[in-house]
Design a protein. Structure first.
Length: 592
């Protein structure tokens, strides 16, 4: 063709063929129930081989494509005519069930329970699931561990792990035990404590002295206590003492909010554990081969740390260093799998200082929290300076009271900003007084700005939103709360202000954000708010436990208001049997 060179013609031809391939693939995928958005992600992952991959094993999509889970992949497979009773489907279904159990906090799942659960979900014979688990084991996609420990032998008494969690649990126990066995530095305890007290200008309580001395005496030290028990003072004292010895100290916490709180309280730089370990696209840069440049690592809010994160942390602590874990064992366990902090304490392998020091009862919040923790019902009869209860049995009316408290009553009486200072914490997502419905009502009431639809969801400028995953490129982390500052349909972009730093999101990434006028109590871990409002109703009864109410109350710094039925908090206080999690960490620590 005149005026167009051979190279240009070849490029045009290649581009045309590629566009045709894309069109053909899109038509194929959408014809089998795949949305345009997912189809684009599939093509980006597999290119021109997309159709071949989907035809041969659509279940690969669940592992390879963000947002496509087993349920979606299973629907595609059915549309393609795959046998619902096949072992291939059962294998992927078992992996899916194990993923569900991780979301429930289990590090492993019992073999027989897994067979039953998978068979019901997949609607297949139990024998098919047995064959599927055997195939996954042969493929090294699961680990089977015998749970018989010398007692009378039980057939098929086995644990089923996804490999990463077996490696993490076993590796964590071995490394923590080895670290604790290391040599400690000789220090004059009395002289060091006297010097620290003079520098701090305070007299430490005996338990506080014990905790500070423990940090010098042991390579792995654990300090646990509730609100108002002086954990911050202990951390400050430890920092002073270690600095006087010329030691390198690193401070960290599991979340961005917890790290900022630690930094403000201790007066020293603190980072998230992920940032401390220099997490990036290739994983954690800090590990046993590239350890942290530290002599002492102090971790706050340790109860929030799950199995995988603690494993990577312990791997990166150099053998000569000390690890100090500070937290509140009575709070909710980590969102991720395991009960690591509790297992470390209950193993009996490490020295633990607890019940550190209880300050004078100046705060009714602190008094109420300790009463709940001790199994006693707080006094709800009279109004208190910072702790209140408003009785309302009806969930819909209780939700209305919550909204009114945020809109008028608390701002008018205490001067708190309706959305920036007041945080609603709900035990569960569903129901008229659950997280989802409260967010709808609070957005409508507190934010008069025009709503704009972004990928099927309503956003407004000035909306309060929470980041739900760690995003290291944007430097925003799970649990960070910000305000929407702009929504740009032309650029397909939304911007959020996180405590003075503006972060831009393409519309395709807004699934990382969720409304945060109300959040679940679980997601409030590691955070403190000037005021919290907590609906507690009998519709929440299935989730009401002592550690849940305790965690919610301890999130409030200056004001806590409970709204609901007296029966609900009473039932929670009396329920000291948190939902069990399958984890063998305590047993491993005792055995190594």
């Amino acid at each position: 063709m005149q005026g167009i060179g051979a190279g240009r013609i070849a490029g045009i031809s290649s581009a045309w063929r590629e566009q045709k391939d894309v069109k053909d693939i899109m038509v194929f995928l959408q014809g089998h129930g795949v949305s345009a958005g997912y189809a684009a992600r599939i093509f980006a992952r597999y290119g021109t081989g997309s159709v071949k991959v989907v035809r041969e094993n659509p279940y690969r999509l669940a592992a390879d494509i963000r947002g496509i889970g087993f349920v979606t992949a299973d629907r595609i497979a059915r549309n393609l005519g795959m046998d619902p009773g096949s072992v291939t489907r059962a294998k992927e279904g078992v992996v899916y069930v194990l993923g569900e159990t991780l979301d429930e906090g289990h590090a492993y799942y019992p073999y027989l329970s897994l067979l039953d659960r998978a068979a019901v979900l997949l609607k297949v014979e139990r024998e098919t699931v047995v064959e599927a688990v055997a195939g996954l084991f042969a493929d090294q996609r699961v680990v089977l561990e015998d749970l018989n420990r010398g007692e009378e032998f039980q057939p098929n008494h086995k644990a089923v792990y996804l490999p990463a969690f077996h490696t993490a649990g076993d590796g964590l126990a071995r490394r923590l035990t080895a670290l604790a066995a290391g040599r400690v530095r000789p220090v004059d305890r009395e002289k060091a404590l006297t010097w620290v007290e003079e520098r701090l200008g305070v007299s430490l309580a005996e338990k506080q002295k014990e905790a500070v001395a423990l940090a010098v005496r042991e390579k792995v030290a654990v300090v646990t206590g509730g609100p108002g028990t002086g954990k911050t003072t202990i951390i400050k004292a430890m920092i002073l003492m270690f600095r006087s010895l010329g030691l390198r100290i690193l401070l960290a916490a599991p979340t961005g909010r917890a790290a900022r709180r630690m930094q403000e309280a201790a007066g020293s730089e603190a980072r998230t554990i992920h940032r401390l370990l220099e997490y990036g696209p290739q994983g954690f840069k800090r590990n046993q081969d590239n350890p942290l440049p530290a002599d002492v690592v102090i971790i706050d809010e340790a109860s929030m740390i799950d199995t995988i994160l603690m494993y990577h942390l312990v791997k990166a602590v150099p053998p000569q260093a000390s690890l100090i874990l500070v937290g509140d064992v009575n709070q909710l366990p980590s969102v991720g799998p395991g009960t690591v902090f509790r297992d470390i304490i209950n193993s009996g392998r490490f020295t633990v200082v607890t019940d550190i020091f209880r300050q004078a009862a100046a705060s009714r919040i602190v008094v109420a929290a300790h009463q709940v923790n001790e199994g006693r019902m707080p006094d709800l009869r009279a109004a208190r300076s910072d702790f209140y209860f408003i009785e309302q049995e009806d969930p819909e009316r209780a939700a209305g009271i919550v909204v009114n408290l945020c809109r008028e009553r608390i701002p008018n009486r205490f001067g708190f900003h309706p959305s920036r200072d007041i945080q609603v914490l709900a035990p569960m997502h569903r129901g008229s007084a659950g997280v989802a419905r409260l967010n709808e009502r609070l957005q409508e009431t507190l934010n008069p700005n025009e709503a704009k639809m972004v990928r099927g969801r309503s956003f407004k400028v000035d909306d309060k939103v929470m980041q739900t995953v760690n995003n290291y490129d944007k430097e925003v982390y799970n649990g960070d709360i910000g305000l929407v500052v702009s929504i740009n349909p032309e650029e397909q972009e939304l911007a959020v202000d996180f405590e003075g730093r503006t972060v831009s999101y393409e519309y395709a990434d807004v699934d990382q954000l969720e409304p945060a006028y109300a959040v679940s109590i679980h997601k409030s871990q590691g955070s403190e708010y000037p005021a919290v409002v907590i609906p507690v109703l009998m519709q929440h009864f299935v989730l009401l436990q002592r550690n849940l109410i305790y965690t919610a109350i301890t999130r409030g710094k200056k004001l806590v208001v409970l709204v609901g039925s007296k029966k609900a908090p009473a039932g929670a206080v009396g329920n000291d049997k948190p939902l069990g999690r399958y984890t063998l960490l305590m047993e491993r620590l005792r055995g190594y």
